[in-house]
Write a protein that binds this ligand. Structure first.
Ligand code: UFG
Length: 344
């Protein structure tokens, strides 16, 4: 019988790509999402790609009764992938309580109900934001680098969430968890049927780039060219969302086959290669043939100068590698934008 996984936030950007990969590997999936930052039509995209639809429950993970009902309805769940969370750094500074309530209460609710219903495997979406700006001798950053004081309530919720999982695993020895620290996910499914759906003016680089190329925005503003990097712009480890999604399948498989060596394991998910904002612009123009108007402006408050991953642990232990060429990744982002805007 197919194994069934509960995916919270499965209608979101990374969640939807992960649902596709899980279903293509033969898993049955129940998506729980309150659609606060996603669209129900994503399920159509998933169904077109996979050829079948995941089950869907419109519920908030902070709603104990509603989530309890999900666990009661699906008694054969063998794991949870917990994506559901608010994720905008700037918004979290304006609305810290919303972030603390939403991101923390949802995880404690899910963990409580997992114990109650004896579902003992969780994959958790964390972020490289927990490292802050790593010291120069920790670049590329591996999992042993110290966590730095969070620069935003959003970042703090990720640190607190990691700690909650560790404490719960300590108290409940049947729980197994894999914490995945994502670097910067970009791109869209090669089918262009699912992708990122930012609300309003995008904060993140790639949606801003593709919307500018599509003519929705006049120009991209590059936040700073006076950083201590080769071209002066910030450096990130941009990882293809489909590669990232595949890591979740590996993580679930690792726990279900009892290969995990520790009750809580942490993996960095990145490519191992840092690219600057200006390099992304150049690569985008090369991959798509689109001219990208941009202007250099001042630094964005709170930006980290440079961070990229040492993904060796995920490569060797999880047996996973992010190896899609940046050309293909950027083209997928552009194809998705064209699909959204009906651009031929
Ligand atoms: N950038 C621009 N112009 C823009 C948008 C972004 O120059 O219009 C630059 C930023 O200054 C930064 C880079 O592009 O140098 C990437 O910025 P993003 O906003 O896309 O990503 P961040 O690295 O700031 O943040 C992302 C996620 C967070 C996560 C963090 C971890 O949005 O949720 O990665 O590093 F916590």
């Amino acid at each position: 019988m197919a194994k069934r996984i509960l995916v919270t936030g499965g209608a979101g950007y990374i969640g939807s790509h992960t649902v596709v990969e899980l279903m293509q590997q033969g898993y049955e999936v129940v998506v729980v999402d309150n659609l606060s930052n996603s669209n129900i039509n994503v399920l159509d995209g998933i169904a077109s790609i996979v050829g079948r639809r995941p089950d869907f429950v419109n519920a908030d993970c902070c709603d104990y009764v509603a989530i309890d009902n999900v666990f009661r309805s699906y008694t054969d769940l063998c794991g949870v992938i917990h994506f559901a969370a608010a994720k905008a750094v700037g918004e979290s500074v304006e609305k810290p309580l919303h972030y603390y309530r939403n991101n923390i209460h949802s995880l404690t609710t899910v963990l409580e109900l997992m114990q109650e219903h004896k579902v003992n495997h969780i994959v958790f979406s964390s972020s490289c934001t927990v490292y802050g700006q790593p010291d120069a001798d920790h670049l590329p950053v591996d999992e042993t680098a110290p966590r730095k004081k969070a620069l935003s309530p959003y970042g703090n919720t990720k640190q607190i969430n990691e700690d909650i999982i560790i404490d719960q695993a300590h108290a409940y020895d049947k729980l197994h968890a894999i914490i995945l620290r994502y670097f910067n996910p970009i791109g869209a499914h090669p089918s262009a049927l699912i992708g990122e759906l930012p609300n309003g003016i995008p904060n993140n680089l790639l949606p801003f780039v593709t919307q500018t190329a599509a003519g929705l925005r006049k120009e991209l503003r590059v936040f700073g060219n006076d950083y201590n990097t080769p071209d002066g712009s910030c450096i990130r480890d941009y990882i293809y969302v489909v590669d990232l999604a595949k890591a979740h399948v590996k993580a679930i498989e690792r726990m279900l086959s009892a290969k995990a060596e520790e009750q809580v394991e942490v993996f960095n998910l990145g490519t191992g290669r840092g690219l600057s904002v200006l390099e992304i612009i150049r690569e985008f123009e090369k991959a798509t043939g689109q001219k990208l108007p941009y202007t250099i402006v001042g630094r964005r408050e709170g930006d980290i100068e440079q961070v990229w991953a040492d993904p060796t642990k995920a490569n060797t232990i999880l047996g996973w590698k992010a190896d899609t060429p940046i050309h293909d990744v950027l083209l997928s982002a552009w194809n998705w934008e064209k699909h959204l805007r009906n651009i031929p």
